[in-house]
Design a protein around this ligand. Structure first.
Ligand code: PEP
Ligand code: MN
Length: 339
């Protein structure tokens, strides 16, 4: 941590701050320049709120150098993490994994028709919400366990793994037999009790970035899961809220290379929620692959105009097929492949 003293802070103030840091357990390295003094505070495992230091008399500013997350940080596994899924395929390796399917499981016919189409185009994981986090309590809330059963059945029929969202702790045990990846939605990224519980599970968790979350907050949420012993965390950018209103959210493509620098965990891009508009999904999916995404999560519906949720951002199966062909051209340009 770096503590910069105010210009003109006298020796007494500097000594006071040094003593404070030493009492906290830091080793202090002092550098006195022509105009100001900078203190380097070195120590590990010391709990600090830097605002308290910034309030000390004579202190100009305080910067943390080491990251507040340890297990999720790149230095924990510099070589990167490949999260292995049930059938041995990995997320975070050379192959980019595409997860696709409807926003919500609506009916057997809707799910099976869509699953067949996405499998044919090369998706490896079937998505579909069984428990839906809807902004309005009057909107369709999902078919719950019946939907989970359909997902598993469709997954087995079309050789797809299954991902679905878990909204609360009580849903974890009933979901485990049916899903291969548990999705934590944007609205629950900071549901710390849920995250702790998922730390005890031995199944991959896909953690979505909250609509107003910083990347540091995303990584701290991943840390909650990992601190419980579940290291199989896959991160996901799904758009953040900005002042722009044209799109539903602003797809932060830069989050992909930033996460790769800060963390060893694989990074997914969800251009469906990231844009909220069908015609913008493919361009953002292409950009995500070019930016280094390890996986994509894309909403596809056999009849989007009749969808019970997120129809406007769901691709038609033919659009998805075309997108997959485009991604197979882009991936090798950045040293990856899509099979
Ligand atoms: C979803 O994947 O359908 C979903 C609700 O996503 P998010 O949590 O990103 O809004
Ligand atoms: Mn959706």
């Amino acid at each position: 941590m770096i503590v910069a003293m105010q210009e003109g802070a006298d020796e007494a103030l500097i000594q006071q701050v040094i003593e404070h840091l030493v009492k906290m357990g830091f080793e202090v390295h002092r550098s006195t320049g022509a105009r100001m003094t900078v203190l380097g505070a070195v120590g590990s495992g010391i709990e600090i709120d830097i605002r308290n230091l910034e309030l000390l008399p004579g202190v100009q500013e305080v910067h943390r150098i080491s990251s507040p997350y340890k297990l999720a940080g790149r230095s924990f596994r510099p070589e990167g993490t490949v999260v292995r899924l049930a059938n041995g395929i990995g997320i975070g390796g050379n192959e980019i994994i595409v997860m696709a399917g409807p926003c919500s499981v609506e009916s057997r016919e809707q799910l099976f028709t869509t699953a067949e189409a996405v499998a044919k185009s090369g998706a490896k994981v079937l998505r579909g919400g069984a428990f839906k986090p809807r902004s309005s309590p009057y909107s369709f809330q999902g078919h719950g366990e019946d939907a989970l059963k359909l997902l598993r059945e469709a997954g087995e029929k079309f050789n797809l793994l299954v991902i679905s969202e878990v909204m609360e702790i009580s849903q974890i045990p009933p979901m485990l037999p049916y899903v291969d990846i548990l999705q934590v939605g944007a609205r629950n990224m900071q549901n710390f009790n849920l995250l702790r519980e998922l730390g005890k599970v031995r199944k991959p968790v896909l953690l979505k970035r909250g609509i107003a979350a910083t990347l540091e907050e995303l990584l701290l949420s991943a840390e909650y899961i990992m601190a419980g012993g579940n290291y199989d965390v896959i991160l996901c950018e799904r758009g953040i809220r900005t002042f722009e209103t044209y799109t539903r959210n602003t797809m932060d493509i830069s989050a992909i290379p930033i996460i790769h620098k800060l963390s060893h965990l694989p990074m997914t891009a969800d251009p469906s929620h990231g844009t909220g508009r069908r015609d913008k999904v493919s361009p953002m999916a292409r950009a995500s692959v070019a930016a280094g995404a390890d996986a994509l999560l894309i909403e596809v519906h056999c009849n989007p105009d009749k969808a019970l949720s997120d129809g406007a951002q769901s691709l038609f199966p033919e659009q998805f097929a075309k997108l997959m062909d485009e991604l197979r051209i882009i991936a090798p340009a950045v040293g990856r492949k899509i099979v």
